[in-house]
Structure formats: structure tokens, C-alpha cells
Design a protein around this ligand. Structure first.
Ligand code: ASP
Ligand code: MG
Length: 402
């Protein structure tokens, strides 16, 4: 059996944890299985590298930033290989260049295109545990790229798909996927099984357990994922296409504070204005989320939308630069907002789900600024200061607790 095991930064944060992971991998290997290990950088390494870069240049080029960030994962994989070797288990570490994990060229947000499997196969045939750097790839210029924060999950799924692995386990510092973040909602419950679609909506709604692109890829290639803790042997959460029907209306609740509202006010109320604004943002690769259009004064209209806080500065600059051409009279923004989302395939066939959510918020005296929905998700935008309270209220409102 071929097993891919991915461990996040906190699972390899220090010597003890590295050996804890090494022992788990050794056990898997000693059962006779082929083992591929994907690692993130140790602890907060990636954040620290970003800070170092900012000390030197507040606007570093994305190529050099990736050159720097990819070193983090090289440290953890080489140390892990040494730890396994110390335990008398043959192991080899490989980076994205050595494996030949090809991505698009966009530094900082690259996507996998093709993964060579020859080198890995060769090492597995020699009965070695193969330890691969997460989060990185190489582009057509032979330059390093990174996949976006949290991207090591995607590396693991991509390898599992390319190698036709029998199992893909994502180890983290929590026991699995919860109905809400247990640090905020103490009575949140571990979910046994969740569909790709639900997991995808939760991941894009702020649940930080899995990188959303990893779920997208797992769905596309039918890679069943197990999310579990590196610190115990609990079963974890299985992410797959079809799950046994649970009676719950809603599968989970998530909060996303990394969001900002932008409003463009007083634009001409005629065909094409919305197109021009959002086309401009799309050309700058700015992802727009909730959109709300309302009637303004004297035949004008206002459009509000949310973007990730990381994109706020660029959004404002881009709009400001084209303000006149876009007939915008005024641009306002607010960073102190948060999105609260409920997700669940159960809402497809049950009316009243939105009402239950709004009632829970109303009972806690929380005002809703904007609303958006998909087939299996409802998201509201609220004041950031209310986010934790809202998460608890909505979670309780649907009876998700233990
Ligand atoms: N080390 C990278 C990050 O901190 C990738 C990952 O952890 O998955 O974002
Ligand atoms: Mg992660």
C-alpha cells in the first residue's frame, strides 16, 4: 500500500515533534508500506521569513520572495530525513526541483500542472521513505514558485493523485474537522465524514483546516482525505464524495476575519458599469466575494463587495486610478468586518435554513450588513467585533453542539 502523509508546521515545530512524526512514519514503513511524507516549514518559519523580507524591502519581488520562502520547507524535509535515518529507517528528502513538480509561473500563487513521478518511484523501489517539500513547485523558467499560504496540503493531494496513492492523510494539531473552530466554540463537535463540496465551502469560508485548492484537487481526482491529529491516534475526519446521511441540517459554521468591504458610490446607472469595475479587478487577480448593488441618488447606483484583506490595498489603488473612467464619485472601505458562513448539503432540501441563521443572529443582537448564498452555503457580513459571538450563536441555533 502507498500512503501519503502530510504534516503541518506545528507538527514539526521542534526536535521532539520531528521525532514524533519520524516515529509515526517509521511505523507505517515497518508495516511494509511505501511512504511519502509531505512537510510544511517548521512552526512559524514562513511568517518569520516574510518578516525578514519586509525588513530588507517592503515590496520584494515575488520571484525572490518565493526563492526565500521555499527554503523553509527544505529545512524541515532534510531534518526529517536525518531523524528517520537516526531511527535506522532509510529515507531521502526531495524538493520540488528534484521531483520536478511543475506549476504555472505565477509566483506566490502557482498551481500544479504536471508532476514527474520517476524519481519518487525510484526511491520507493529502493525502499526509502520519501520526504517531499510542501508548498513549492518549479515553473517553466526553472524558478521556484509557491502555492499560496497553507499550500502544503495541495502538494500532498497532488502527489497522492499523481502516484495513485491508497491513502492521503493530512496531519495537523487538531483531531479533525469540527462543526466550528473549537477555540471559539468550546462545544463544537468533530465531524466524522464530510463531502468534498461541503469541505470546499468551509475551507473558502475561513475554516483553516485544509487549503481550499487541496480539496478542489481531491474532488477532481477522487482522492479520499483523512484529516487527523499528529499528537494522538484518534480517527479524524474523512473527506470524500458521498457520506452517510447525518440528520444535521448544517454541517459546519465558519468565520473569516480576513475580509474587507469596499463600496463604490454614485456610479452611472447604465449597462456595463459593473462589468467594467469587476473586469478591472479580475485583471488584477483580485477575488471578489459578496456583491451587493443598491440604488443611489439621482439615477446613480452604489456597489459594495468584499475582498480578502490582503487584496484591499491593491483594490483601492486600482479603483482610485480609474475612478473617473468608471464614473465613481466616492470609494469607501471597512476592514473591521467578518464573514460568518453556514455550510451543509442539508440545506438543499430544507427550507427555512436562512431564517434559522438570521434568527440566531437577531437574538444575539448582531446586525447583518450583506448576505450571499450558494447551493450549500449562506454567508453574512457582520462587524468584526461580533464574529466570535455570532459563531457561537449560529452554532447553537442549529443544535450542532455535542
Ligand atoms: N509553510 C507554508 C505556510 O506557512 C505552507 C504550509 O504551511 O502549508 O503557509
Ligand atoms: Mg495548514
Amino acid at each position: 500500500m502507498l500512503v501519503v502523509k502530510k504534516f503541518g508546521g506545528s507538527s514539526v515545530a521542534d526536535k521532539e515533534r520531528i521525532f514524533n512524526v519520524a516515529r509515526r512514519c517509521a511505523e507505517e514503513y515497518q508495516m511494509g508500506n511505501d511512504v511519502i511524507v509531505v512537510l510544511s516549514a517548521m512552526g512559524d518559519t514562513t511568517d518569520e521569513l516574510l518578516e525578514k523580507a519586509a525588513e530588507i524591502n517592503p515590496y520584494p519581488s515575488k520571484r525572490e520572495l518565493d526563492m526565500l520562502l521555499t527554503t523553509g520547507e527544505q529545512v524541515s524535509v532534510s531534518l526529517m530525513a536525518m531523524a528517520l535515518q537516526f531511527l535506522q529507517v532509510p529515507a531521502i528528502s526531495l524538493n520540488a526541483f528534484q521531483v520536478q513538480m511543475h506549476t504555472t509561473s505565477r509566483n506566490g500563487n502557482a498551481r500544479f500542472k504536471r508532476i514527474d513521478t520517476d524519481r519518487i518511484r525510484h526511491e520507493l523501489e529502493n525502499r526509502k521513505v520519501v520526504i517531499v517539500t510542501g508548498f513549492q513547485g518549479v515553473n517553466k523558467y526553472d524558478d521556484y514558485t509557491t502555492l499560496g499560504r497553507g499550500g502544503s496540503d495541495t502538494t500532498a493531494v497532488a502527489l497522492a493523485a499523481a502516484m495513485h496513492a491508497d491513502k492521503c492523510e493530512i496531519y495537523t494539531d487538531v483531531d479533525g474537522v469540527y462543526t466550528a473552530d473549537p477555540r471559539v466554540v468550546p462545544n463544537a463537535r468533530k465531524i466524522e465524514e464530510i463531502t468534498y463540496d461541503e469541505m470546499l465551502e468551509l475551507a473558502t469560508s475561513g475554516a483553516k483546516v485544509l487549503h481550499n485548492r487541496s480539496v478542489e484537487m481531491a474532488k477532481k481526482y477522487g482522492v479520499e482525505l483523512v484529516v487527523r491529529s499528529s499528537l494522538n491516534t484518534e480517527e479524524g475526519t474523512v473527506v470524500k464524495e458521498v457520506v452517510k446521511v447525518e440528520k444535521m441540517l448544517i454541517t459546519g459554521v465558519a468565520a473569516d476575519k480576513n475580509t474587507a468591504r469596499v463600496s463604490v458610490i454614485g456610479i452611472e446607472d447604465k449597462p456595463g458599469t459593473a462589468f467594467k469595475i469587476f473586469n478591472l479587478l479580475a485583471r488584477h487577480n483580485i477575488n471578489v466575494d459578496i456583491i451587493l448593488q443598491s440604488v443611489g441618488r439621482e439615477g446613480t447606483k452604489d456597489i459594495s463587495f468584499t475582498v480578502s484583506q490582503d487584496d484591499l490595498k491593491e483594490t483601492l489603488e486600482v479603483l482610485e486610478a480609474r475612478k473617473e473612467a468608471l464614473t465613481i464619485q466616492e470609494i469607501t472601505h471597512n476592514e473591521k468586518v467578518a464573514k460568518i458562513s453556514i455550510v451543509g448539503a442539508g440545506m438543499l432540501s430544507n427550507p427555512g435554513v436562512a431564517a434559522t441563521m438570521f434568527e440566531a443572529l437577531c437574538n444575539s443582537n448582531i446586525n447583518i450588513n450583506m448576505i450571499s448564498t450558494s447551493e450549500i452555503r449562506i454567508t453574512v457580513l457582520i462587524d468584526e467585533k461580533d464574529a466570535d459571538k455570532a459563531l457561537i450563536a449560529v452554532h447553537d441555533g442549529f443544535g450542532l453542539e455535542d
